[in-house]
Write a protein that binds this ligand. Structure first.
Ligand SMILES: Cc1cc2nc3c(=O)[nH]c(=O)nc-3n(C[C@H](O)[C@H](O)[C@H](O)COP(=O)(O)O)c2cc1C
Ligand SMILES: *[C@@H]1O[C@H](CO)[C@@H](O)[C@H](O)[C@H]1NC(C)=O
Ligand SMILES: *[C@@H]1O[C@H](CO)[C@@H](O)[C@H](O)[C@H]1NC(C)=O
Ligand SMILES: CC(=O)N[C@H]1CO[C@H](CO)[C@@H](O)[C@@H]1O
Ligand SMILES: CC(=O)N[C@H]1CO[C@H](CO)[C@@H](O)[C@@H]1O
Length: 391
């Protein structure tokens, strides 16, 4: 019989040998017993010493081989959410970019996420930018990335999603569609994605995340947007599968009010009527209070510094779309209160990435527990009742 402390030491030793011993020793993570403190005090400080891309790979590896305990407790009734004909047992999803190649969906599902968004996936395989391309801003609880959409391409990713889709107890899977860097025509790449993944994705995502194309302003930009979205919606409507997947549009936080108004007015049009908006992507802005050395790296900033920017963006979009288009709120969610703030601002579901990178799997359970408590405390029977209550 081991004491608690001996067990911990054993766990830490097993984990530390990862750096030298490779995969076998990595099973040290297996012993994880759902202990938030263990993660906070040992696992995450350890992974923080690795370069962030390696630590991301290790995390995907752990999830892929399901080196985590299955969340045994069923989600509380308060967190159950129905949207697009799908039944989410909880509204906390994993944002795009963590499981880009769809390798770890089952492990992520077992961790307790209510849904998992894979990708971005581009039609053809592509390498992305040169390394280093991810930076950890430890003092700011933030990341900067300029991955540049490394993707194994439609074919490879499709075959994995298909396997997951045929499982009994499977994750709700969103597929985030990207465009190839060298592609001349973004709409064509998205349409190809709709055709490829339409029959197996629970929802599809396209992005208009680029803040603004220089030289393309006002009316012209709006016309472009309209043409892009209508082509994607039309491609979805012509699918022959039994259930048409909802199409969501992901937007950047770095939009002027005018650009937000344009997007809102476009998506409310009949032929551009998307089923949801994901608000938001990373920001190219750099809030002046950033402390970490890497703050001057170029790329998209995520995590805590994005939190309030994102919540404000959700409020704006909820108001501009008059609550008629469901919103997935994402950006700096790291606690139940953060998730609740997004819901009050107008989000029906939330997603996270950076807090998962910093805190590991226990963050999911904690957010769910806290959100459940906060909802009850405020007299809400479920998440849906609280949507948009602060807007
Ligand atoms: C390393 C990294 C890679 C990402 N890759 C993608 C991507 O491929 N496609 C995408 O739509 N969003 C991507 N994102 C953005 C996230 O999905 C999310 O919108 C953003 O990080 C804000 O959430 P967070 O503050 O919880 O991280 C990425 C984010 C990070 C940190
Ligand atoms: C949330 O509560 C409302 C009642 O306020 C109810 O109509 C709805 O069905 C509930 N949603 C879920 C998913 O249970
Ligand atoms: C998100 O934002 C980054 C810059 O912050 C941009 O490079 C990227 O194209 C955007 N879109 C997606 C889907 O990530
Ligand atoms: C992954 C992906 O396709 N990202 C694209 C998002 O949209 C902008 C244009 O609005 C492109 O520049 C990105 O490449
Ligand atoms: C992209 C960039 O300018 N990087 C610089 C950020 O600042 C550090 C020092 O803090 C430099 O080493 C980088 O070259």
């Amino acid at each position: 019989m081991y004491t608690r402390r001996e067990k911990l030491i054993h766990q830490v030793t097993a984990l530390v040998t990862v750096s030298v011993g490779g995969t076998a020793a990595f099973t040290g993570l297996c012993i994880w017993n759902g202990n938030e403190k263990f993660y906070r005090d040992y696992v995450m400080p350890f992974t923080r010493r690795l370069d962030p891309e390696t630590s991301h790979k290790l995390a995907v590896f752990a999830m892929k081989h399901r080196l985590i305990r299955k969340e045994a407790k069923p989600d509380p009734e308060t967190l159950a959410t129905k949207l697009w004909g799908l039944s989410f047992s909880n509204p906390v999803g994993l944002a795009a970019g963590f499981d880009k190649q769809a390798e770890a969906m089952q492990g992520l599902h077992r961790t307790g996420f209510g849904f998992v968004e894979i990708g971005s996936v581009t039609p053809e395989p592509q390498e992305g930018n040169t390394k280093p391309r991810v930076f950890r801003l430890n003092e700011d609880n933030a990341l900067i990335n300029r991955y540049g959409f490394n993707s194994e391409g439609h074919e490879a990713v499709y075959s994995r999603v298909k396997v997951e889709g045929e499982r009994q107890n499977r994750a709700i899977i969103g597929v985030n569609l990207g465009k190839n860097k060298l592609s001349e025509n973004a709409a064509e790449d998205y349409v190809a994605g709709v055709k490829k993944f339409g029959d197996i994705a629970d929802y599809l995502v396209i992005n208009v995340s680029s803040p603004n194309t220089p030289g393309l302003r006002g009316l012209q930009q709006k016309v472009e947007l309209e043409s892009l979205i209508s082509r994607v919606v039309e491609a979805r409507n012509s699918l022959t599968c039994s259930k048409l997947p909802p199409v969501l549009l992901k937007i950047a936080p770095d939009l002027s009010l005018e650009e937000k108004e344009d997007i809102a007015s476009v998506v409310l049009k009949e032929k551009c009527r998307v089923d949801g908006l994901i608000v938001c992507n990373t920001t190219v802005s750099r809030p002046s209070n950033l402390k970490s050395d890497s703050k001057n790296e170029s790329g998209g900033l995520s995590g805590e510094p994005l939190k309030d920017i994102s919540t404000q963006c959700i409020k704006d979009i909820y108001r501009l779309t008059r609550g008629q288009v469901p919103i997935v709120g994402v950006g700096g969610v790291a606690s139940g209160q953060d998730a609740y703030d997004k819901v009050l601002a107008g989000a029906s579901l939330v997603q996270l990435y950076t807090s998962f990178a910093f805190q590991g799997p226990p963050v999911v359970r904690r957010i769910k527990r806290e959100l459940d408590e906060i909802l009850r405390l405020n007299g809400y029977q479920n998440v849906t009742e609280a949507v948009g209550k602060s807007s």
